[in-house]
Design a protein around this ligand. Structure first.
Ligand code: UD1
Length: 360
């Protein structure tokens, strides 16, 4: 029986590539189900191509919708898929709607579930991702944890620590495997970027969904652009609100389409600082040694603050913090979280192969 990977959204693709690779080299039979949660060429195909992911065996084409509508079509599509393929194990990644939907369907069908990136907690249940993480972890038989405190979070929720494995971070595996390709000079030339710039990404519902909040955010981003050129590839979510608030009306703001993985990380590598509300970028900047200002009240990735370059800021703190970071010398890139060494995928594959042997 095959191992089925369920991938839906951009960060899933980045996290899955090393696991699929490591399982392939151990001879595992694998199926890739793309749910179609992300479907734009720039949000999906580009990533499969650049990361060398196998073509999905099926694309469920669930597309966008309200949480209920999107999750409902995920449940129906995945149930059909799992029933037809009888997987030995379903592997889910991160905290998106495709993650919880796949875990829920598999659990009801008595198919074991492995969760890659288990144990992260923001303790903020207004974030859809926090809901998805908590429930996915409850339903999982194998929990692959990126950061030591994750084990404690799972234990506090009554999850047996025997199921949890501290393995490191597969998103960082992908980053380190592609390091030589992140040519910031090439990206600067190809996208006509200035010599020195701050790179921003904003897509959290709490920051971009309400027009008034998006407008306030744009005001602060313009404040950053007063200090340095601001490059901002815009995620489809929030594009309308950010543009309606005049994001590109500042002469030093450069709005870009979403970038592919290689160009995006190359642009991050070449930036003087990052302003973001992304989860993954807090981790990637930690390893690249680029200062990161995260515009959120909390983070499920506190290790990027204690062992990395990340700092949380409110809207009001953003401009003063950016000024400080732009004046300071580059932070020390030698502090790294334990096991963020590029070998998380092989560690996960070893645990999975052993788990499958022990299955009845
Ligand atoms: C999802 C994840 C979020 C993750 C993000 C990464 C959930 C609950 N959220 O958010 O955790 O950080 O992916 O990108 O799963 N859209 C397009 N084209 C696409 C995909 C989306 O235009 O290919 C637009 C649609 O208008 C859609 C909106 O973006 O309604 C939101 O898409 P959705 O998949 O619901 O969530 P994201 O905001 O992308």
């Amino acid at each position: 029986a095959p191992i089925v990977h369920v991938l839906g959204a951009r960060p899933n693709f980045v996290k899955a590539a090393p696991v699929i690779d490591a399982l392939a080299s151990r001879g595992a039979e694998q199926i890739v189900v793309h749910t179609g949660q992300h479907y734009d060429e720039k949000m999906s195909e580009v990533f499969f191509h650049e990361l060398g992911l196998p073509e999905p065996d099926v694309n469920l084409g669930v597309g966008s919708g309200s949480h209920a509508a999107q999750t409902a079509s995920l449940l129906v599509g995945l149930e059909q898929e799992f029933t037809g393929r009888s997987p030995a194990l379903v592997i889910v990644y991160g905290d998106v709607n495709s993650t919880i939907a796949a875990a829920l369907v598999a659990a009801k069908l008595h198919i074991p579930v492995a969760h890659v990136e288990a144990g992260l907690r923001s303790f903020d249940m207004t974030m859809p991702e926090e809901v998805n993480r908590r429930l996915t972890d409850q339903l999982s038989d194998l929990l692959f944890v990126t950061s030591p405190e994750g084990i404690g979070h799972l234990a506090n929720e009554g999850i047996s620590v025997d199921k949890a494995h501290l393995v490191g971070n597969t998103m960082i595996d992908t980053l380190l495997a592609n390091l030589a390709k992140f040519d910031s000079e090439r990206v600067r030339a190809e996208h006509d970027l200035p010599e020195r710039y701050v790179l921003a990404t904003m897509h959290r519902p709490a920051n971009v969904d309400a027009p008034e909040t998006a407008a306030a955010l744009v005001g602060h981003l313009h404040g950053v652009a007063d200090l340095a050129d601001l490059v901002i590839p815009v995620h489809p979510r929030g594009r309308a609100n950010l543009m309606a608030a005049g994001l590109d009306e500042h002469p030093r703001v450069h709005v870009l389409e979403p970038l592919g993985y290689i160009d995006f990380i190359a642009a991050v590598r070449g930036a003087a600082a990052i302003v973001t509300d992304s989860g993954g970028l807090q981790e990637e900047t930690t390893i690249l040694g680029v200062p990161c200002l995260t515009v959120r009240p909390n983070t499920e990735r506190p290790i990027t603050i204690t062992h990395g370059t990340n700092r949380l800021v409110t809207f009001e703190e953003l401009v003063p913090a950016a000024r400080k970071v732009l004046e300071a010398p580059r932070p020390d890139a030698d502090r790294k979280p334990p096991l963020w060494d590029g070998a998380a995928g092989p560690r996960i594959a070893d645990v999975i192969m052993e788990f499958l042997v022990e299955q009845p």
